[in-house]
Ligand binder design. Structure first.
Ligand code: NIG
Ligand code: FE
Length: 407
């Protein structure tokens, strides 16, 4: 019998959300326990509580530091290949994201991905996943969407599954079946292909855990969302939706009515959208680094939280609208740009996104029975994280009780 791997730490503070996500209202605020301890066996937490209640072998002591659950980044666009810093500069000179869409934007990333070999794509993405671990991300969503054909979308999903198999963190794969209308097809034609060929093929090969669609005037419509929802539900995939990012479209209301796990972006959320989210399980996924990077107007998040919606925070990591993979940075922006209080931001970066990804039974909070995925932060107070944007607060990242990253 191999020896059981076990361990324990004590820290000046332990901060975590509690209860059944998606958390909303008062349950959104994470709670703080001073002089706390964690213990685990075989990667699973066996003790969470006051340091004085800990029994067993000597724990590692992290004095003056806090432990928190690992961050769950529920919205990224990895795998992609190559950067688009020239588009960033062109936008600073006055071009809009809409204007760049075509020669640049999603189509350009699709060309770069198509021209790279599998090994080149994997070699590009691998260090980015480790950089995420070093910034505290212990679970992450990978998303297709730069394929723009059935064959290339399935290839992107297979590459995502390969990355997931070797990554230190837990990864899920979302099929962004409708991201941009492929050249030579109408929107209606591609939506038909996505629903009748792509989604069933991805399901048959076990390549995805959820389906997403980009609803926008430069992309897909609410009618397309309804068709994609039906195709996803036919094969048992949960639904996600890029909603109301560049302009209002009613996508949030439709996503909530269709039982989507999440509506993401929400910069142009209407008051009907706020009511729809508050009255449903659909989580409002906030992507403040893309708001910052596009210099867009923030959504009214205070209103959303007060109305009772469940919220999550993610990076939207992609080469076009959010080249930041740092959850501490996304949390800092959520607090400063969106007015989210730090302890709400922690829940929105851990328990709620774990629910969005369908992994909340084992990840997202520090509770006995969950995986020992936790961070050692270089401050006793979680508010130090958003207070110091640009500073990396993650001293150690533990995944399944083992140190997998940090500084
Ligand atoms: O979530 N808005 C659509 N998709 C991405 C951007 C993709 C890109 O520009 O490459 C987003 O912001
Ligand atoms: Fe996105």
């Amino acid at each position: 019998m191999p020896e059981k791997s076990a361990g324990a730490v004590v820290a000046s503070a332990l901060v975590t959300a509690h209860g059944e996500p998606p958390l909303r209202g008062e349950a959104l605020a994470a709670t703080v326990l001073r002089d706390a301890a964690l213990a685990w066996e075989d990667g699973v937490l066996t003790y969470v509580g006051p340091a004085e209640g800990l029994t067993g072998p000597d724990p590692i002591a992290y004095r003056g530091m806090a432990v928190a659950p690992g961050f769950v980044d529920c919205h990224t666009h990895l795998p992609f290949f190559g950067w688009r810093a020239d588009e960033f500069e062109a936008r600073l000179a006055g071009l809009s994201y809409r204007e760049l869409h075509g020669e640049g934007g999603i189509y350009r990333s699709a060309r770069m991905l198509a021209e790279a070999t599998d090994e080149e794509v994997l070699a590009f993405c691998r260090p980015l996943l480790q950089e995420m671990v070093d910034h505290g991300t212990t679970a992450v969503e990978l998303k297709t969407g730069y394929g723009l054909s059935v064959e290339n979308e399935l290839r992107a999903a297979r590459l995502a599954r390969r990355l997931a198999a070797e990554a230190p963190q837990t990864c899920t794969v979302t099929l962004l079946a409708c991201h941009a209308v492929p050249g030579g097809l109408s929107r209606e034609e591609w939506t038909w292909v996505a629903c009748n060929e792509l989604i069933p093929a991805a399901a048959a090969e076990g390549l995805a855990d959820a389906v997403d669609i980009y609803v926008e005037d430069i992309a897909f419509s609410v009618g397309d969302l309804e068709m994609v929802a039906a195709a996803a539900s036919a094969v048992g995939f949960p639904l996600r939706c890029h909603a109301d990012q560049l302009g209002p479209s009613g996508a949030t209301e439709a996503a909530a009515a269709l039982g989507a796990r999440s509506a993401d972006h929400l910069n142009n959320l209407s008051s009907e959208g706020v009511r729809a989210l508050a009255g449903s399980e659909t989580v409002a996924v906030l992507l403040p680094t893309s708001t910052f990077f596009l210099r867009a107007a923030p959504p009214s998040v205070t209103g959303l939280v007060e109305a009772g919606a469940a919220v999550a925070i993610a990076t939207d990591f992609n080469p076009g609208t959010s080249p930041s993979l740092s959850m501490p940075e996304a949390i800092a922006m959520a607090c400063t740009l969106y007015g989210v209080p730090p302890l709400l931001a922690l829940t929105a970066a851990t328990a709620n996104p774990a629910w969005v990804l369908g992994i909340a039974d084992r990840l997202g909070t520090l509770e006995v029975g969950k995986r020992a995925d936790f961070l050692v932060l270089d401050a006793e107070e979680f508010r130090q994280v958003p207070y110091r944007p640009g500073h990396d607060p993650v001293v150690h990242t533990y995944i399944g009780g083992e140190r997998k990253g940090g500084r």
